[in-house]
Design a protein around this ligand. Structure first.
Ligand SMILES: Cc1ncc(CO)c(N)n1
Ligand SMILES: Cc1ncsc1CCO
Length: 216
């Protein structure tokens, strides 16, 4: 069994919870309030900037030239995704673009950056993988259902397409290649980071759904 299969299975319960979340069922049936989606878009701009930095750190720490190129390209891709999302959705949604990162966004990006800077390359990769992989799987699943709301259909198309699937496969390929050399203790830490950020993926949708804000 490839290590990536083990990773997927280790957080399959989290993925199931994500698919059942009212934010996602609301995207496909069109009942998600635009205010919740708008908050998600603003928070995702903050998120993608942090995520891009985390990928750039991984690029700097990567074991091979090809891996450095790959993660540097993905870092640039995350910035481009943030700008494309803004261009596609900002006119139609009254976005509060001055809103700061909420507690969940800050916690998730801080965790990614701390792990990519402070732990091993493999552990950092374990932490960033759910972002790629859960969005690709969610995008693929939602593409089949689409949405009666054209804004939501547009968002679904960004992540459900073959282009994003190829990006995800490239990152998983790096993980499977380096996993064969990992000692058991490091493998366990990779699995732990992967499960933690999978949980943050659920929390990220839930935070927009709850219209999370700083309590004081
Ligand atoms: C929170 C989050 N996770 C993953 C992705 C995929 O890029 C995203 N845009 N936002
Ligand atoms: C948007 C995004 N999410 C994970 S990687 C990436 C950039 C792909 O080029």
């Amino acid at each position: 069994m490839a290590f990536s299969d083990e990773l997927w299975d280790s957080a399959a319960d989290v993925y199931t919870a994500i698919r059942a979340h009212p934010f996602l069922t609301g995207l496909t049936d069109g009942t998600l309030p635009h205010a919740a989606f708008g908050q998600f878009v603003v928070q995702d701009s903050h998120y993608l900037r942090g995520y891009a930095r985390a990928l750039a750190v991984l690029a700097a720490r990567a074991p091979t030239e090809d891996d450095t190129t790959l993660f540097a390209q993905h870092a640039a891709g995350a910035i481009a995704a943030e700008q494309d999302m803004h261009a596609a959705l900002s006119d139609a949604l009254a976005l509060d673009t001055d809103a700061p990162a909420t507690p969940t966004t800050l916690a998730y990006t801080s965790y990614l950056l701390a792990t990519c800077h402070g732990a091993s390359f493999a552990e950092g990769l374990g932490a960033v993988l759910p972002c790629y992989w859960i969005y690709a799987r969610v995008g693929e699943a939602l593409l089949g259902e689409s949405s009666p709301d054209p804004l939501y259909a547009r968002w679904i198309a960004m992540y459900g397409g073959d282009e994003f699937q190829a990006v995800v496969d490239a990152a998983l390929g790096v993980m499977d290649r380096i996993a064969v050399d990992l000692a058991p203790a490091e493998r366990s830490r990779v699995l732990e980071h992967y499960r933690t950020t999978s949980r943050y993926e659920w929390m990220f949708w839930d935070a927009a759904w709850r219209r999370e804000n700083w309590p004081v």
